[in-house]
Design a protein. Structure first.
Length: 116
């Protein structure tokens, strides 16, 4: 089973960035979900950016944690955007139809024109 390490920071534009490192899967999804919910509830950002640059694996439980955060962000008038998914993670999001939900291009990751 994997491990996920998270760091959180605020950007100059007010967006909160949560950087996730490791795997986002059954063993780590609850921890990641709890951190994202905590940030949304305490900071109430208009934009929560989840930086996936260093996520090496993601399964359906990891995607579920991101979708839960998306719905919670909508409830407070915000949104969740994903940043820099690996080719593997991007493919997982693409085949499940979640790219648009998180502001990712539907095409292969080499066409990354991310929306904020």
């Amino acid at each position: 089973m994997g491990e996920a390490v998270m760091t959180t920071r605020r950007q100059a534009d007010g967006a909160i960035v949560v950087e996730v490192r490791g795997s986002l899967e059954v063993a780590t999804a609850d921890t990641v979900r709890a951190e994202l919910m905590f940030v949304l509830q305490t900071d109430r950002p208009r934009v929560l950016v989840v930086d996936l640059t260093f996520v090496t694996f993601m399964d359906s439980m990891g995607m579920g944690a991101l979708v839960t955060a998306h719905h919670a962000a909508l409830d407070i008038g915000g949104r969740v955007r994903l940043r820099n998914p690996s080719e593997f993670v991007h493919r997982q999001l693409r085949v499940t139809g979640l790219c648009d939900l998180f502001g990712l291009p539907a095409g292969p990751p080499n066409t990354r024109s991310y929306r904020m």
